[in-house]
Structures are given as structure tokens and as C-alpha cells.
Design a protein. Structure first.
Length: 583
């Protein structure tokens, strides 16, 4: 008997085997999830059904369980890898990094530039000439004692403002009569007025005359060396500034001044900063001084502004006053109006409000995706971004949506009906490219872009299990689920879109009649977090005794009473078109 050599003697993991398998016309499945699709092939289903082993529904259930087990194994392996990285690789890397830092510090100590690396400005310490002195006194409202305290001097036709640190002049700024400025080159940038005897607080101003104006009114102040939006001096003075318990920022009331004070507060710490507010029409401290200096009570007027210092708004909190206007608007306009589906009984239970997060669950093959598709076409004028690996290929998904919209079998449509339907779909539905959009971060990123370009108002994720999940560090599955759901909930609220997430249950129980009980959000892997995260929670359930034609929609959670309330409605489901009709 003749025989042929059929064994492949090469490397089965190589490109060589891929080509050989193709030559032999053999299937060459590359990953486990793809291999499990074989259970759902028409010929496989037919064989199992023909021999009375398993029906299609049972095959789908077993396949989903296998996929879930495979997913969990991958997750365990990923967590082990994360644990190795966090507890072994990163500590070693950080230790090495610390060693490098210490080496750099040592080298810096040997070679660092000391104060001698800065140029020493030429400070002649000459008195101010009469013209400059008269201008400061008569026009700028400053007394001679204040001028002397800050050691101003004349340099030709310019006034010199010395920046003094540890009783040494380290920098000089010059101002001419026609308001032209220049500074000493290569000198150390610090704060004008640092030589004063500051105690627990400092006042930072934008200009030298402003710092002197505060001093005139009895308050020690300093000034930045080169305008509102330059911060080189912060590097040189950060440690000194950090030593004060309170920092009052008295920058100019213009756009650059506001930008500058916000950046200083961000770097120093908003919790210790306050804003000095100037009266309407007053730009800075010197203008305030000049405006009120003629009044015998000018000091009291100036100092009264310290009673109205403003706190910097802290990130992440609101006061009642911050929300006062919105509360009045709420009383006037009422709560946001949700979209309705046109199904009377369902609309009596729940409305679909922008900025809310809906989670839909149900037993496999009970029609979660089918019913959700019906919702999408019923919610008129809502534009949807769809992430739905469950409904691939997308042309098939579009055909199902069209059937539900027209209530007519897809293959019975005329060219005209199909064309007009596609026009409608193009306006209201956008689909994620599953080759590029795989994770929650991908979905969030593309959603922000599509909201800008297309004005979407809703996002469908079907199902949760097909999102690419990556555990970070030591997060358990439950902790990871909470993180993901919080991100999706924040996305819906921050962008004002309604998110629908479909999630499969993993904990299915049977009743005394050996029928599956109606699952709820606690039945989903991750348990309580799905229930807690959802604004609206819905279960889709088909009664086996009704031949799957009768579908119950259980609204199990509605967070806000103005959105709806829990309850159940029944629908008839037409298998030929996938259309749901209220009973």
C-alpha cells in the first residue's frame, strides 16, 4: 500500500507553517476566541441538534461560558504580570533610578554653579535726581521714606529699582521717563522687596510701584521682576515663598494679570493663596493709591480692601453660592426632559435623559441587543455612536436597524426605501472601527471627537465583555469593574450623552420549574458595582412558555424619580423582522 508523507516537519509557529496550511487548504485558527466560533457554525449546530445532544441556545450558552473562562484566565495571567511588574521590576528600576539621581546630585554638588555664576549688576547707589523724585512723589503718590526704603536710585535719565537679597543687590530693573524698561544682564531674577522684614504673609504684585504702594499703605509687598506671565523668578524664590503661611496675589486686573496669578497659585498651592481685588475701573495698586491719596482717610480706604480678599476656587468643590444661579434656573425650567420611545407603557416607566448611564442585562439569546436596537430607532432625533462587536458585520447590523425603523423585512425593501433609510442611518448612527477602537479609553477618546464633529447624544457599548480590558497593578476584577463603570458614568455626565452598556449575567439561577429566574444587575460579574453605577437598570427576559415571542422588560432601577420608576412591561417580538410591539 502506498502512502504519502503528511506530517509537517517544520516549525508550527513559523510563517512557513502558515503558508503550508494555506497550500493544503487547512483552517489555521490563530487564537482561542476564534476557535470557539466553530461551535456556532451552522453545520455544527445542525449536527448537535440532529443527534439530540445540544440545541442552538445551549451551544450559545456553553460557548459564552467558555469565552468567559478564557477571559478570566487571560485576566489572571495579566494580573500576575502586573504583580511582577509592580512588586519586582518597578522597585528594582526605581532603586536604580534613585542611585542615578544620587550620582547626579553628587556631580552637581561638585560642579554646580554658585552665586558667582550670576553677573553682579553695577549699582552706584546714587540718590534720585529731583525730576525722578518729584515724579514718584507727585505723580505716583509715594513718600520719600518709602522711596528710600526700597533704595531707588538714578542712572542718567532712568530710575533704578534694585532687587536685594541677603543685603546684596542681585538684579536691577531700569525705567525711563517714557516708560521703557530694561534689566541688568545675566543677573539673578528674584523678587523686588525681598529685603523687607516679611513675617507670616507676603503680598506679590506685578510691578515695582505696586509693591511700593502697598508699603506706603503699611503692608510689606514684593514684585515680580519681568511681568505677569514670566515665572523664572519662581524657581529662585520658591523655597522662600513656601515658608509663608499666607500669600496674597495682587496682580493687575487684566487678562495677563489673571493668567499670572492663577499660575502662581497653582505652583504655590491654591489653599494658601488669596486674591486682592481692586475696585471697578482700577487696574493695579499704584492706580488705587493715586486715586485715593487726596482723601484724609486714604489709608483706611486702601486697607478696607483686605476685608474682601477672595479665596482661590479649589478644584473639585462647589459652594452653594457657586450653584445659586443654576438652582434658580432649575426652578424656572424644571428637570431635564428625557426622550421618549413612543411605547406608551415603557414611557410611563422611564425616559432617556442626556448625561445618564443605562445598563441592560439579560440571559443569553433573550434579546438584549435586539431590544436595544429597537430603542435606538424609537428614540427619534438622538444621534448614536455604536461600539458593537456583538453585531458584526456592521452592514448586517444596519439591516436590522432598518427593519425595526420601517417595520418591514429587509429583503422586501425597494431600492428607494433602502436608499432613504440609509440616508436616515447616516445622519443618526456612527460606528466604531473595531480594529482601532478596542478599550474604554479608545471609546472615550473617539466619543469626544465625534461629539464635536457629529453632535452625538448617545453611545451604545454592546457588550461589556468585548471591551479590551487591561488590569493595572494589583486591581482585583471587582476594583477594575468599579473603575471602568465610574469612567463611563463620568463620560456621560461630562459630555451630556446617554450611554447604554449591555452586560451579560454570569450568575443565573433556576426556579422550582427548572426555568431561569429573571436576572438583575447583581447577576453581572462585578456584582454590586453595576447596580450602583447605573442611573437606569433594565433586564430583558423572554418567557420560555411563550415560545420566546413574549418579552418582559423589567425596569429594575431608576436613580431619579423625575426620570421614571421601576416596573415591568410586556412586548410581543416578531422573529421575522425583530420588531417589538407593546402588549
Amino acid at each position: 500500500m502506498e502512502s504519502k508523507s503528511i506530517r509537517f516537519e517544520g516549525n508550527n509557529y513559523s510563517e512557513e507553517w502558515i503558508k503550508e496550511a494555506a497550500r493544503r487548504k487547512l483552517s489555521n485558527i490563530q487564537d482561542v476566541p476564534e476557535s470557539m466560533d466553530a461551535y456556532l457554525l451552522e453545520k455544527t449546530v445542525s449536527m448537535f441538534d440532529r443527534h439530540g445532544v445540544l440545541d442552538k441556545r445551549e451551544l450559545e450558552g456553553r460557548t459564552e461560558v467558555r469565552l468567559d473562562m478564557y477571559t478570566k484566565k487571560i485576566q489572571i495571567e495579566a494580573r500576575v504580570l502586573g504583580d511582577l511588574a509592580i512588586n519586582h521590576i518597578l522597585p528594582t528600576a526605581i532603586k536604580y533610578q534613585s542611585d542615578l539621581i544620587e550620582n547626579v546630585k553628587g556631580m552637581k554638588k561638585v560642579f554646580e554653579e554658585d552665586e558667582s555664576s550670576y553677573a553682579v549688576p553695577e549699582y552706584n547707589n546714587t540718590e534720585l535726581n529731583d525730576k525722578a523724585l518729584n515724579w514718584l512723589v507727585e505723580t505716583r503718590g509715594l513718600s520719600k521714606s518709602t522711596i528710600q526704603r526700597f533704595r531707588l536710585f538714578s542712572e542718567g535719565r532712568e530710575i533704578g529699582f534694585p532687587f536685594i537679597e541677603n543685603d546684596k543687590v542681585v538684579h536691577i530693573k531700569y525705567r525711563s521717563g517714557d516708560k521703557h524698561f530694561r534689566s541688568s544682564k545675566g543677573t539673578k531674577l528674584t523678587l523686588f522687596g525681598m529685603h523687607l522684614d516679611h513675617k507670616d504673609r507676603i503680598i506679590i504684585t506685578e510691578g515695582e510701584l505696586d509693591a511700593m504702594s502697598f508699603y506706603e499703605a503699611g503692608h510689606l509687598a514684593v514684585s515680580a521682576p519681568n511681568g505677569a506671565t514670566s515665572y523664572t523668578w519662581l524657581d529662585n524664590c520658591h523655597e522662600w515663598i513656601s515658608s509663608f503661611k499666607e500669600v496674597i496675589i495682587a496682580y493687575d486686573n487684566d487678562s495677563k494679570g489673571i493668567e499670572g496669578r492663577n499660575e502662581i497659585a497653582r505652583r504655590i498651592g491654591k489653599e494658601k493663596c488669596k486674591i486682592f481685588q481692586y475696585p471697578e475701573g482700577i487696574k493695579d495698586a499704584n492706580e488705587l493709591l493715586v486715586t485715593i491719596k487726596h482723601d484724609p482717610q486714604w489709608k483706611a480706604i486702601f486697607n478696607a480692601h483686605f476685608d474682601f480678599l477672595e479665596l482661590f476656587p479649589l478644584d473639585g468643590i462647589f459652594s452653594v453660592d457657586d450653584l445659586r444661579t443654576k438652582v434658580f434656573e432649575l426652578r424656572k425650567t424644571g428637570y431635564p426632559k428625557g426622550k421618549l420611545t413612543g411605547y406608551k407603557n415603557l414611557d410611563n416607566l422611564v425616559s432617556w435623559v442626556p448625561g445618564q448611564f443605562t445598563i441592560i442585562t439579560g440571559i443569553p439569546s433573550h434579546g438584549k441587543s435586539e431590544f436595544t436596537d429597537q430603542l435606538l430607532v424609537q428614540l427619534r432625533n438622538m444621534k448614536w455612536l455604536i461600539f458593537s462587536p456583538e453585531n458584526m458585520p456592521y452592514e448586517s447590523h444596519i439591516s436590522k436597524l432598518i427593519e425595526k425603523a420601517l417595520r418591514k423585512p429587509f429583503f422586501n425593501l425597494t431600492d428607494s426605501e433602502l436608499s432613504s433609510s440609509l440616508d436616515f442611518m447616516n445622519d443618526y448612527f456612527t460606528f466604531c472601527d473595531l480594529e482601532k477602537i478596542k478599550s474604554v479609553d479608545d471609546i472615550i477618546s473617539i466619543a469626544k471627537q465625534v461629539i464635536l464633529q457629529k453632535g452625538i447624544t448617545g453611545i451604545l457599548i454592546d457588550p461589556y465583555s468585548r471591551i479590551e480590558h487591561t488590569y493595572i497593578g494589583k486591581l482585583t476584577e471587582t476594583e477594575y469593574v468599579r473603575t471602568i463603570l465610574n469612567e463611563l458614568g463620568s463620560l456621560s455626565k461630562n459630555l451630556g450623552v446617554h450611554i447604554i452598556l449591555i452586560a451579560h449575567p454570569t450568575k443565573m439561577q433556576k426556579d422550582d420549574n427548572d426555568e431561569f429566574k429573571v436576572p438583575n444587575l447583581y447577576s453581572i460579574s462585578g456584582s454590586a458595582h453595576f447596580f450602583n453605577a447605573a442611573d437606569v437598570g433594565i433586564t430583558v427576559y423572554r418567557r420560555p412558555k411563550e415560545g420566546f415571542d413574549m418579552t418582559e422588560i423589567h425596569v429594575q432601577k431608576v436613580r431619579f424619580k423625575w426620570v421614571g420608576h421601576p416596573g415591568m412591561v410586556e412586548f410581543n417580538w416578531t422573529k421575522e423582522t425583530g420588531i417589538y410591539t407593546e402588549v
